[in-house]
Design a protein around this ligand. Structure first.
Ligand code: FNR
Length: 421
């Protein structure tokens, strides 16, 4: 595997390539990927990735929170090659970031998660595999080999299914379970609602379910509900073809068995679980030895409770503003949460990271690492795994160059002293 160019060597590589007429395949400015992806993707697919809840103010809050900080650099610190590696739980990360779990990546690229797995392996940036993935965790594991990854779990109505998913995550090599708690039901996403578009209804993003033995058993119990609901209204022909191609069997077998319809119907019955409680977190701990990380915490009281329940990490996240309109930014929340916690407890910041400077600010405010979100999905849409690799290089490079210019030799040197409001 060729060594990835990072920092000033990546910068030099880009300028030198320019001599040979070669341009970067994606913009080096993480803020510009969204507009490029908007032009490439169909309206519904782009809308699903882009959408926030309601007026999208939650997305804005995330972005503006970063913009409200300024960097206060030091001079003459003699930093030529900053060290970007860091430790997070049992992982040694080459850069202080992971790929956030993003469901239905098949909307961004036909090989979605498989392409991401490729980029993850090449950059050694861990993926958090989504419960709503377009390809199963086992299919990704084949590509990932021993590359570190975590599995993100949605705790639906069936504990048997949860247990099966967790068990598969352990067997397929996940190093932790990330339990997402802010999506016990879907947020009010006007962009998707106005296009009357939910990918799951087309059988998309259900690969972890349709590959699961417990889910397949549950499906058979839902036969009557499924056939009733299909009698109500017939989808258009393209949606039907997509639906009948979504289940892991041949198209004609799927028509005969109606398994794709059963899968969607079963999913809709069990996915949403608004009555989930701390008792379920306690139970989850009893069925796995893997560390448990809670994703979606915004309130300091919930963070303290998470520690009481013995979880090993917290991802401070508002789900990219997709769940609640006008939600507090993740960055603002993290700042408050950090003050109430033991400083050594690992907080991961998710939502609103667009550039290397955003990473710098998050780390300065106390994050141990951050999650890269939508921009990597846009990079995937623009140029598949190569786009994602370049995005990783760009993020790491911008961070590395900022660290040199500000005067930080290591990730631990990035402190609140180096930023101001
Ligand atoms: C998500 N996110 C998400 N989170 C999760 O825990 N499980 C999931 O399956 C998904 N699916 C998903 C799909 C899409 C299209 C998006 C954009 C996001 C939320 C994701 O992990 C992360 O919290 C946000 O993407 C962070 O916000 P930004 O940085 O993308 O704005």
């Amino acid at each position: 595997m060729a060594l990835l160019q990072i920092g000033k060597s990546r910068q030099g590589e880009i300028y030198l390539n320019g001599f040979n007429g070669v341009q970067p395949s994606i913009s080096t400015n993480g803020n510009l990927l969204e507009e490029k992806a908007r032009k490439i993707l169909n309206k519904k697919a782009f809308g699903y990735i882009f959408a926030g809840a309601g007026s999208n103010q939650g997305i804005q809050n995330n972005l503006e929170a970063f913009k409200s900080y300024k960097i206060r650099s030091r001079i003459l610190q003699g930093v030529e090659w900053p060290e970007l590696t860091t430790n997070l739980l049992d992982l040694k990360l080459p850069y202080p970031f992971l790929f956030a779990p993003i469901g239905v990546l098949g909307l961004a690229h036909p090989k979605g998660d498989l392409e991401l797995a490729n980029a993850s392996k090449i950059t050694q940036t861990p993926m958090i595999q989504s419960n709503q993935a377009s390809f199963s965790m086992e299919a990704c594991a084949e590509i990932l080999g021993n590359t570190n990854r975590w599995f993100q779990l949605y705790f639906g109505k069936s504990r048997d299914l949860v247990e099966s998913l967790v068990n598969r995550a352990e067997i397929s090599g996940s190093k932790a379970i990330v339990l997402t708690l802010d999506t016990t039901l879907l947020g009010w996403r006007c962009i998707d609602l106005d296009q009357a578009y939910l990918p799951f209804l087309r059988g998309l993003g259900l690969a972890q379910y349709t590959s699961d033995p417990v889910f397949r058993k549950l499906m058979q119990k839902h036969i009557s509900t499924a056939s009733n609901s299909t009698k109500r209204k017939l989808p258009n022909i393209f949606d039907l073809i997509q639906l009948f191609n979504s289940y892991p069997d041949t198209f004609f077998n799927n028509i005969k068995s109606k398994n794709p319809i059963k899968a969607v119907s079963t999913f809709l019955d069990i996915y949403s679980n608004p009555s989930l409680s701390w008792e379920d977190v306690k139970w989850l701990k009893t069925i796995t030895k893997l560390p448990i990380i809670l994703k979606g915490i915004l309130h300091p009281e919930d963070a303290l409770k998470a520690i009481d329940y013995g979880v090993q990490g917290i991802i401070v996240s508002n789900h990219g503003g997709r769940q609640i309109d006008q939600v507090i930014s993740s960055l603002e929340s993290m700042k408050t949460i950090k003050k109430t916690m033991d400083p050594s407890f690992p907080l991961i910041l998710d939502s609103g990271i667009r550039t290397g400077i955003d990473i710098f600010i998050a780390l300065a405010l106390g994050a141990k690492a951050v999650c890269l979100g939508r921009p990597y999905a846009y990079a995937l849409a623009i140029n598949g795994h190569q786009g994602v690799i370049e995005y990783v290089q760009n993020m790491a490079s911008e961070l590395s160059i900022a660290m040199s210019l500000v005067g930080c030799k290591t990730i631990d040197d990035i402190s609140e002293n180096l930023i101001s409001i």
